[in-house]
Design a protein around this ligand. Sequence first.
Ligand code: NAD
Ligand code: DGY
Length: 325
Amino acid sequence: MKPKILVYMRVDDRVIKELEKNYDLTSFQNHEYIGNRAFDQALKETDGIIGLALKVNKELLDLAPNLKIVSNVSVGYDNLDIKELTKRKIMATNTPGVLDDTTADAIFGLLLSTARRIPELDHVVKAGKWDISLQPDQYGVDVHHKTLGIIGMGNIGRAIAQRAHFGFGMDILYHNRSRNIEVEQQYKATYCELDDLLNQSDFVCLMVPATNDTYKMMSAAEFKKMKKTAIFINGSRGKNVDEDALYHALKNGDIHAAGVDVFEQEPTNPNNPLLQLKNIVTLPHIGSSTTECEFNMSKLAAKNLHAGLSRKKAPSLINEELWPI
Ligand SMILES: NC(=O)c1ccc[n+]([C@@H]2O[C@H](COP(=O)([O-])OP(=O)(O)OC[C@H]3O[C@@H](n4cnc5c(N)ncnc54)[C@H](O)[C@@H]3O)[C@@H](O)[C@H]2O)c1
Ligand SMILES: O=C(O)[C@H](O)CO
């Protein structure tokens, strides 16, 4: 009998076809299945889960007695209760590395779009409101040769720094849990305390994981420390930012503008007051969403799953302490 796996959201079709050769698959393509009978039944029998953003907590794990591995199709794993998984000797894996350049491209695109007001001015053209003399209040701000502050200099932070340094001649400040000497040497990045980074940067880009330490790390006090001319970019997780504080900072002119790819709640409520503001550019969490990157993430997640179900060490095991199992 083939091992059973539960496939949950955003696994590439080509990878699903490969998985079908070795496993007995049950697929759920959206959140609505959670708590329904078919989903609970699949959990009861499943050996492995592969997918994006399924909240795996004690309650779900109690329903999945045979589970050996949860393979996230994402690098962020704030959806997983790692302590609880480790306690039950269930492997947890993610997809680091394969999405760095794609996500950095998207976040840099968001930064440029916000600075140069690209979505707003695209709308002007398409709405037939293009007045031949552009007004000063429609001007953007320069990106090149400005100072970029990156909070969270990990794999993606580093790819953003590379673009900023070589492509745009920007000065780079960064704040991280530890110093990254390679980034300092390659991109002339300067390590600094968070307050100094907030004070001195023209662009502040948040790229930390969502943890207890980073929960709402950008709140009213932090926005007040930024320059009034500065632009804030969130490419990490919505939970890392106090959205209410961001709204007030944008509305009161504490900061110039913001670009966000992620929200506290996703999809965000269409009545979210942030969406009423002119000086924010929003995206529906598309950092890694290109055809190529989604495929690569699915492939790595399948490799992790396969290793886990064969009782081998998965290439990107999160709870390393489980090994040897
Ligand atoms: N928008 C998207 O589509 C998208 C795509 C990929 C990743 N992400 C998010 O970006 C995060 C970062 O991804 P990554 O691959 O660069 O991860 P990473 O682990 O390589 O880097 C994270 C960095 O944040 C630092 N950090 C952690 N806590 C910190 C704190 N309290 N203060 C300062 N620095 C801290 C770490 O030291 C590390 O260098 C992911 O966890 C995920 O939430 C979003
Ligand atoms: O963490 C990630 O990989 C992205 O946010 C996709 O969800």
